[in-house]
Design a protein around this ligand. Structure first.
Ligand code: B12
Ligand code: SF4
Length: 365
């Protein structure tokens, strides 16, 4: 059911897709009813992608959104979905996150229960889940809720989304790159043709829109939201990104291909405020940046400000930093600021292999 806030006469919609019309009380004004037009989300998707101009048309509907992390990553939780959840919630939508690795209940049963009454369902794909479980997850989602709009996104889709759409007919839209702004645009019902950073089906074709300008102002994003995860009680560490991307080009790494070697970062003030907001609800936090210490002075400033802030959470850098982006002063500051674990990306001690990885580092330090 969609509430239309549209200057265009509704009559032009009727032959296309309207199933049902109701006069219902406005939530805040029961006396003055609004016109509610019942359209299946699926049909509306086709309407959206049609050539009709909808530039004056926006819905104010609060959609029911489900985001799924498919089977295959038993370790950690999907940070991308926490960022998507907070952006969609900030835009006024209801969001739930289903982490399929968690719980021993049968996966099909969990999917069947979770997809009920959802308008939009998004599946997050890494290379592993794309091979292992994503197609089956998509099939089950559409079998149990054929009217939903099914979206996919994540590193695998950014790198190989077209092939996934071709091979998985259940999927309607693929979001390329960072998804916060694109997801909100989709939920706002902007016409799909005009939304950068996605691919979608139109008849038998797959339409690839222009690239979305990368997220430059990371401070403008809402903080990640883990409260809507079905396994929230199991999440004791608050995972955040303080920067995104990496300017290097190590041969084994997908990151430079995903973000075109650009490194973007949040202000220290914004990061500290974020961590403060999570202080009471989590035992510790993890910074999962691609290269947190890329700018060593910024990392030092973060540590110094964190010490001053008085926040007592300990923290970790589990995703690896470069060995050449660490000096003694930073190591000391990190320790004093409560950092308890750092992963260092060394990869190999064989000089020949090391050279072939194009890390642009010196193995002897
Ligand atoms: C944290 C992390 C982990 C954690 C947690 C993973 C998890 N559960 O999410 C742990 C340590 C468990 C892990 C494990 C592995 N990882 Co890892 N990991 C990362 C890391 C460093 C950060 C991911 C992250 O949270 N980024 C921040 C968020 C904000 O970005 P995001 O996840 O991409 O999400 C955004 C978009 O992709 C998009 N999006 C994501 N999902 C969806 C869904 C929808 C519906 C929409 C619309 C949009 C959307 O919107 C999000 C917000 O902008 C990345 C590097 C990277 N830059 O991606 C590697 C990375 C994802 N990992 C990688 C790999 C290879 C692995 C392992 C296979 C390693 C191994 N050999 O064991 C395992 C297994 C993972 C798997 N099953 O796929 C590769 C994936 C390559 C690929 N083509 O998929 C990456 C890119 C690293 C690399 N150097 O190449 N990883
Ligand atoms: S420095 Fe790290 S994130 Fe950057 S390309 Fe190399 S392995 Fe990937």
């Amino acid at each position: 059911m969609f509430r239309l806030n549209c200057e265009r006469p509704l009559g032009i919609l009727f032959p296309l897709l309207v199933h049902d019309i109701h006069l219902v009380p406005k939530k805040n004004n029961p006396v003055n009813p609004v016109l509610l037009v019942a359209i299946s989300a699926h049909k509306f998707n086709h309407y959206q992608s049609s050539k009709m101009s909808m530039s004056n048309c926006q819905t104010t509907t609060r959609f029911q959104v489900l985001l799924i992390d498919p089977l295959g990553v038993p370790e950690g939780h999907n940070v991308g979905l926490a960022y998507l959840a907070s952006s969609a919630r900030e835009a006024g939508h209801e969001v739930e996150v289903l982490h399929l690795d968690f719980s021993s209940a049968r996966t099909p049963d969990r999917i069947r229960r979770a997809v009920k009454n959802k308008d939009y369902i998004g599946v997050s794909l890494h290379a592993v889940t794309a091979q292992y479980s994503a197609r089956r997850t998509a099939r089950l989602v559409k079998a149990y809720n054929p009217d939903c709009v099914l979206l996919v996104g994540g590193p695998h889709i950014t790198l190989d989304g077209k092939r996934f759409l071709e091979e998985c007919p259940d999927v309607d839209i693929a979001v390329i790159g960072y998804g916060e702004l694109t997801l909100v645009d989709i939920l706002t019902r902007r016409p799909l043709h005009g939304i950068p950073g996605l691919m979608f089906r139109e008849g038998d074709s797959i339409i690839l829109n222009r690239e979305r300008e990368e997220l430059i102002d990371l401070d403008a994003l809402p903080y990640p939201d883990y409260s809507v995860f079905d396994n929230r009680e199991a999440i004791t560490s608050y995972h955040i990104t303080t920067s995104r991307g990496c300017p290097y080009q190590c041969t084994y790494c997908a990151v430079p291909m995903m973000n075109r070697r650009r490194w973007r970062f949040r202000s220290v003030e914004n990061i500290i405020d974020d961590i403060r907001s999570a202080e009471k609800a989590f035992d510790r936090f993890s910074i999962i940046d691609d290269t947190f210490t890329q700018n060593i002075s910024r990392a030092k400033r973060f540590c110094a400000e964190y010490i001053k802030s008085g926040i007592e959470l300990t923290w970790e850098l589990p995703c690896g930093i470069r060995a050449d982006k660490l000096d003694e002063e930073l190591t000391d500051l990190m320790k004093r600021a409560g950092c308890t674990r750092v992963a260092l990306g060394i990869e190999t001690f064989d000089a020949r292999v090391f050279e072939s990885l194009n890390k642009r580092e010196n193995i002897s330090g």
